[in-house]
Each structure stands twice: as structure tokens, then as C-alpha cells.
Design a protein around this ligand. Structure first.
Ligand SMILES: [Mn+2]
Length: 421
């Protein structure tokens, strides 16, 4: 039987304006904006080198309804390359690029099929003159679709050995995403499709392995610290009657990562750069051919604690790290350094003593071990210290935050006390 091979991608969000970085930098913004296009170009290149039959895009090709002409032209130019190689493209439009927002002046190349918003239309892909795959899909007509689109998908008697459903929508609880075109797994389970090519959820998720496979490839380029890790598309092989083989292909250009660097025992500021570098190369799927935007969390008991807690020094350190990075092809940009180090104090030793510090530590221990007592303390502080204006602007402090504040206070007091001693 004829097998089919295709690339499944979604949520390209071409030309996305990046946000959510600690400080704005024009050069970095330009690199980020380019990254969505580079990832798309990598997908096109993979389609060609892997000799796929077709490319599937499950919506949100562009970031906004007011997609730029440049973005549309670059998108079409990628499709043209595929078309020139005889590789077909099938795509649906999502909530970020609904049908009513496409420019009429943009003509799609040969072998490119855009699904309209009618109920689950179907195209048949032919290989060597024989039907090889039926591909079903439906586009968002406008930005907001609350209807369960999955219910419209039904095999309509086309006779290809492989059936694929292309859908932009939300399965289960939406999490961070808008609850558009919501559906339940039961709505798609027994409909006879081999593969549900999903879009909308930006985190790569295999909802179901096979019979049918239900796969969100995630977006191919992360856009903020909510979208960390390696990002890419899926290379899928289906031999009729068998479950699909799905292989993740990373295509991100810039990765967002949060890393924790343990400075326990470290005495030299000059080693910091080295430590960050060493931690970075240990992350999953690390590649020196990628660029990185990092949030660095410094932890551990270190004599450097005092330096690290001077805001003006931290800013200098950040500037020092980032200097010249954006001139490189592959850069590492530190967006933020969070200081969670502790002073170099042996707390167990202090606890064993008989002086004031030991007594103070006992008080802290008591609060740490008694959630109710800690809550009462915060309530008292709340009434006495925090003024009305501040209360209006802030949300309630969580239990976890209370413990963190207590812990910080403990180390600050011990640091001060033991320094004077
Ligand atoms: Mn999206």
C-alpha cells in the first residue's frame, strides 16, 4: 500500500511582535521578529530534504488579522518553493488569521489548498495517479469561534487509504489559550480518521498515540518565557492501517530558557559567566547553533550574596554579559537575573549556639513549621503596615510567598547580626 509522509505544523505566528521581556531592546526585538520567519524557512527546507508528500498547517500562520504584506509574501514564497518540487500544502485558518482577514491580492501557488469555513471540506491527495490520502479541514471565518467544529468532521465516502483531519481548536481545558472551537476527545475518537492534525495549543502535545493519533505540534518558535524549550514541527509517516510514526523536528531559531545556577561555595564573581555557560549547555536538546534568551536564577550559599544583592551591580553584570551578543549569529542574551542566594552562614552551626542569633533562629523555625502561626503574623502585619492604596493594587499573598518572605527575612537578619558580631 502507498504510504504517505508529511510535515505537520501550526501556530507559526509569522511577524509576531514580541513582548514580555524584562527590558526592551530594539536589536533584540528585530532578531525575535525574524526568528518566526527563519523557523518557517527551516520547515520548508525539511519538507524538501525529507521528501514529504505534503505540508499541513493547522492555523495561526500569521500573528494578527492585520498581517503585513511582507509576512504574506514571505509565506507564499515558501509555498512556492514546495510547489516547485511538487510538494502540496493544505492549511486551515485559525483565530489569529481568520479567512475574512486574508488579502485577495495574494495568490496561492499551485498545489496549495486552503480550506474554507464550510463544514469540514475535503481534498484528496493523489500519489502515482492513485488516491493516497483524504485531508479534511475547516477554517475560522472570523476571530471568535465558540462552536465545536470537531463535530462537523465526518468521512464522506472518499476512498483514500489514509484520512487526516486538520483542525484549529481546544481540547479539554484551555489553560492559557482562548477557549475557541472547544471539543472533547470523545468527539474525535471513533470517526475513522488516522490522524488529527491539531493547532491552537502552543505546547507540543500528543493527546493520543494512534487510532486515531491526535497531535498538537506546538508553535515552531517560542515567543516568551511561557513558551520555553525546544520548539518545532512533526514529521509523520503513515502506512495505511497502521498507527502513524511521529517524529519531532526542532526548528526554533531562538530558545527561551529559565536556568538555575547553584553558586554554593563560589567566591569569585569572575566565575559567574562560566557557571551560567556550563548550566546552559546541559539543557535538553542543547545546540550551539541556536540562540538563547535566558532568565537566570542564582541559588546557593555564597560569600557573593552581598554583591549580588546590590541592584546597580546586577545591572552592570547584565550589561557586561549582553555586550556584543547581538552582533553574533548565535547569541545568548540574559533577560533577567533573579537572586535567590543565601549569605555564607552555616545555619546548623548557628542553631547549635546559645546566643541571640540562635534564639532568633528558633523563632523563625517556629513560624516555618506552623502555617497557621505564620498566617496570623502576616495578618497582623497586614493590618498595621500595609496601607489601603497598596492593598488595592496587590493580590493576596499566597502560602508559598509567605514562606519565601519569612525565609528572606531570616537570612537578612542573620546576615546583619553575624556581620556585626
Ligand atoms: Mn496560536
Amino acid at each position: 500500500m502507498t504510504k504517505v509522509r508529511f510535515i505537520h505544523t501550526a501556530d507559526l505566528h509569522l511577524d509576531t511582535p514580541f513582548k514580555g521581556l524584562a527590558s526592551w531592546n530594539r536589536e533584540l526585538a528585530v532578531r525575535l521578529q525574524d526568528a518566526t520567519f527563519h523557523s518557517y524557512e527551516k520547515i520548508i527546507a525539511i519538507c524538501i530534504t525529507e521528501k514529504v508528500d505534503f505540508l499541513i498547517i493547522s492555523g495561526d500562520i500569521f500573528d494578527s488579522e492585520s498581517k503585513s504584506l511582507a509576512a504574506q509574501l514571505r509565506f507564499v514564497s515558501g509555498l512556492q518553493k514546495l510547489s516547485g518540487q511538487g510538494i502540496a500544502t493544505y492549511f486551515v485558518c485559525g483565530n489569529h488569521d481568520p479567512l475574512n482577514s486574508w488579502l485577495d491580492a495574494i495568490q496561492l501557488p499551485d498545489h496549495v489548498h486552503r480550506f474554507d469555513a464550510s463544514r469540514a471540506g475535503c481534498f484528496t491527495y493523489e500519489k502515482e495517479g492513485e488516491p493516497a490520502a483524504d485531508i479534511y479541514g475547516t477554517s475560522f471565518q472570523e476571530k471568535v469561534v465558540r462552536r465545536n467544529l470537531a463535530l462537523d468532521y465526518k468521512l464522506t465516502g472518499h476512498a483514500s487509504p489514509v484520512s487526516i483531519a486538520v483542525l484549529h481548536g481546544t481540547i479539554g481545558t484551555p489553560g492559557l489559550h482562548e477557549n475557541y472551537a472547544p471539543f472533547k476527545i470523545e468527539d474525535v475518537m471513533n470517526k475513522g480518521f488516522d490522524y488529527w492534525a491539531m493547532g491552537h495549543i502552543h505546547k507540543r502535545t500528543v493527546v493520543h498515540d494512534s487510532h486515531p493519533a491526535i497531535v498538537y505540534p506546538g508553535n515552531p518558535q517560542g515567543r516568551d518565557f511561557g513558551e520555553t524549550g525546544a520548539k518545532g514541527c512533526c514529521l509523520v509517516d503513515i502506512i495505511p492501517g497502521n498507527g502513524p510514526l511521529v517524529k519531532f523536528m526542532p526548528v526554533h531559531t531562538i530558545r527561551f530558557e529559565e536556568i538555575a545556577v547553584d553558586l554554593t561555595g563560589e567566591t569569585e564573581m569572575t566565575k559567574l559567566s562560566d557557571k551560567i555557560e556550563k548550566t546552559k549547555i546541559k539543557i535538553d536538546n542543547y545546540s550551539e547553533n541556536d540562540s538563547y534568551i535566558l532568565r537566570v536564577n542564582l541559588t546557593g550559599r555564597t560569600p557573593l550574596h552581598e554583591h549580588l544583592n546590590r541592584p546597580e551591580e546586577m545591572q552592570q553584570l547584565l550589561d557586561y554579559f549582553n555586550e556584543g551578543q547581538l552582533d553574533r549569529e548565535h547569541f545568548t542574551w540574559i533577560d533577567q537575573i533573579n537572586i535567590n542566594t543565601n549569605p555564607d552562614i552555616d545555619i546548623d552551626q548557628v542553631r547549635k549556639g546559645t546566643d541571640f542569633s540562635a534564639d532568633l533562629l528558633k523563632v523563625f523555625d517556629a513560624y516555618e513549621n506552623d502555617e497557621k502561626q505564620l498566617s496570623r503574623l502576616f495578618q497582623e502585619l497586614d493590618e498595621e503596615i500595609i496601607n489601603y492604596q497598596v492593598k488595592k493594587e496587590t493580590t493576596a499573598i499566597t502560602e508559598h510567598e509567605k514562606t519565601e518572605i519569612l525565609n528572606k527575612a531570616k537570612w537578612m537578619m542573620l546576615d546583619q547580626l553575624l556581620k556585626k558580631a
